[in-house]
Design a binder for this molecule. Structure first.
Ligand SMILES: Cc1cc2nc3c(=O)[nH]c(=O)nc-3n(C[C@H](O)[C@H](O)[C@H](O)COP(=O)(O)O)c2cc1C
Length: 408
C-alpha cells in the first residue's frame, strides 16, 4: 500500500449539499495515511457539523477568521503554512467567485491567499449554476492560475435535475490527490517516453435517444492504470467510455461512447503505441438499428435485434506492428481457465484474470485482485487498492514488454 504519512491536507468545506460527503472524504484520506485539518465556511456549518468533522479528522476544526484566541498565534497564517495541499470540497459557486476575485473575507478565502500550497477544488452545484457564464468565467480564471479542478461529475442532482454539478465521489478525490502526491514523491522512470494507450469504462450502445445497453464498469481500474503509467514516465492516451472520473493529470483523454467509436479512436493512435492496455468493458453486441425517436410503449413484449460489436483487443493484437497487448478477462467462474483461453484466442501478450463474481473487488470497488497470465508465467497480485494494483501491474508489464523487445 502506498502511504502518504507526511501529506498534510487542509480541506475547506463550503456551503453546498455535498458537504454531507466530507466526513467520508476525510476518512478516505486518513485511511491512506494523510493528516487532515478542516476549515469550514459559515454556510457549510448548516450542512454538516464541525463536531462530526472534528471527530473524523481527530484535529480541531477551524471556523472563524476573527477568532481572538486562534489569532493570538496568527491562526490563518499557521494553517496556510501547515498545508501541503489545500482542497476545497465541495466548492460552491459563491466560493469560486470569491477566490477568483481574490476576496479574503473569511478564514478559508484568507488562508487561500496566504498559502503557497497547491489549490484543488471539487465544485458541486445545481447544473444551471455550473453552466452560468459567471461560474464558467470564474472557472477559467482559476484554471489559468493553476488551480486544479476535479469534476464536477454528471448525473442526478439533489435538486432533482440531471446534468453536470455533482461533486466527484470522495474515493475518487482521495485517490486523485494522493496519486498526485505519489507522482511528486516517487515519480519513476519505469516507462519513460513509452507511448501507452489504455481503454477504460463501459461502452454505451444506443437503442434510441434515451435508452441504451451498457454495463457496471466504473472505469476505476483503467483510470488507475492510466495514472500509474503516467507516473512511470509514459506518454498516456486514455480512450474512455462514459464514466464519472476526473482525468489523471498529464493524461490525454479521448472520450467515446460506443464500441465502434472506441475502436476508431484506438486504431487512430495504435501505430505509435508501444503498449496497449484494454481495460474497457466493451459491449459484445449492439442494436442492429438505433431509432431516431424514443420508442413508445405498445405490446406486452418487444424484441431488439443485436449484432456483434468489433473486438477491440483482438483488432489491436492483429495489427501488423502490434504493440505489447494487455487485456482483461472479467469472469464469474473458471476464471483462470477462461482467461488462458482468451489470451490464446485473441493473440494477446498478457491477460489480467479478474474475478467479478460478487466478492470484494472488481466492478465499482476501490480494491481489486488479478492474476496476470502470459505465455510462460502466471503472476498472482493480491487484493489491494486499485492504484497500488495498477503500479504492480505496470512493473510486470514493463518486465514482459522488455522481454519482447529483446526478442526483436
Ligand atoms: C439547501 C441548499 C443547498 C445548496 N446547495 C448548494 C450547492 O450545492 N452548491 C452551491 O454552489 N450553492 C449551494 N447553495 C447556496 C450556498 O449555500 C450559498 O451560495 C452560500 O452563500 C455559500 O456560501 P459559502 O460559499 O461561503 O460556503 C445551497 C443553498 C441551500 C439553501
Amino acid at each position: 500500500m502506498v502511504m502518504h504519512k507526511n501529506k498534510r491536507i487542509l480541506i475547506g468545506v463550503t456551503g453546498g449539499i455535498a458537504a454531507y460527503k466530507v466526513p467520508h472524504l476525510v476518512r478516505q484520506l486518513k485511511e491512506r495515511g494523510a493528516e487532515v485539518r478542516v476549515v469550514m465556511s459559515g454556510s457549510a456549518q448548516e450542512f454538516v457539523t464541525p463536531m462530526t468533522l472534528q471527530a473524523v479528522s481527530g484535529l480541531p476544526v477551524s471556523l472563524n477568521l476573527l477568532d481572538v484566541e486562534a489569532e493570538s498565534g496568527m491562526g490563518h497564517i499557521e494553517l496556510a503554512r501547515w498545508a501541503d495541499v489545500v482542497l476545497v470540497a465541495p466548492a460552491t459557486a459563491n466560493f469560486m467567485a470569491k477566490i477568483a476575485s481574490g476576496f479574503a473575507d473569511d478564514l478559508l478565502s484568507t488562508l487561500i491567499l496566504a498559502t503557497e500550497a497547491p489549490l484543488i477544488i471539487a465544485p458541486a452545484m445545481n447544473q444551471q449554476m455550473w453552466q452560468h457564464p459567471a461560474t464558467q468565467e470564474n472557472l477559467s480564471i482559476l484554471e489559468s492560475r493553476g488551480v486544479k479542478v476535479l469534476g464536477p461529475a454528471d448525473g442526478l442532482q439533489a435538486c432533482g435535475e440531471i446534468g453536470p454539478g455533482r461533486m466527484v465521489e470522495p474515493e475518487i478525490i482521495a485517490q486523485t490527490i494522493l496519486s498526485q502526491n505519489t507522482e511528486d514523491e516517487s515519480h519513476c522512470d519505469l516507462l519513460s517516453g513509452v507511448n501507452v494507450v489504455v481503454t477504460a469504462g463501459p461502452t454505451w450502445e444506443a437503442i434510441d435517444p434515451v435508452r441504451g445497453i451498457t454495463n457496471h464498469s466504473s472505469g476505476k481500474m483503467g483510470y488507475a492504470l492510466a495514472a500509474a503509467a503516467r507516473h512511470s514516465g509514459a506518454n498516456v492516451t486514455l480512450v474512455s467510455g462514459p464514466v464519472h472520473l476526473p482525468t489523471p493529470s498529464g493524461v490525454n483523454k479521448i472520450a467515446v461512447s460506443s464500441a465502434k467509436q472506441m475502436l476508431e479512436a484506438v486504431l487512430g493512435c495504435v501505430s505509435d503505441t508501444e503498449i496497449f492496455i484494454g481495460v474497457a468493458a466493451v459491449a459484445d453486441y449492439r442494436p442492429v438499428q438505433t431509432r431516431d425517436q424514443k420508442i413508445k410503449k405498445s405490446g406486452d413484449t418487444m424484441s431488439i435485434e443485436l449484432v456483434k460489436n468489433p473486438d477491440i483487443l483482438a483488432s489491436v493484437a492483429a495489427c501488423p506492428e502490434k504493440p505489447f497487448t494487455v487485456g482483461f478477462a472479467a469472469e464469474t467462474e473458471n476464471i483462470l481457465e477462461h482467461a488462458r483461453k482468451k489470451r490464446i484466442a485473441k493473440s494477446v501478450d498478457m491477460i489480467a484474470a479478474n474475478n467479478v463474481a460478487g466478492r470484494e473487488g472488481a466492478f465499482g470497488n476501490q480494491k481489486n485482485a488479478v492474476t496476470l497470465i502470459t505465455k510462460d508465467a502466471e503472476i498472482e497480485i493480491a487484493l489491494m487498492d486499485k492504484y497500488d494494483l495498477a503500479m504492480e501491474m505496470i512493473r510486470c508489464i514493463k518486465q514482459e514488454y522488455e522481454k519482447t523487445r529483446l526478442l526483436v
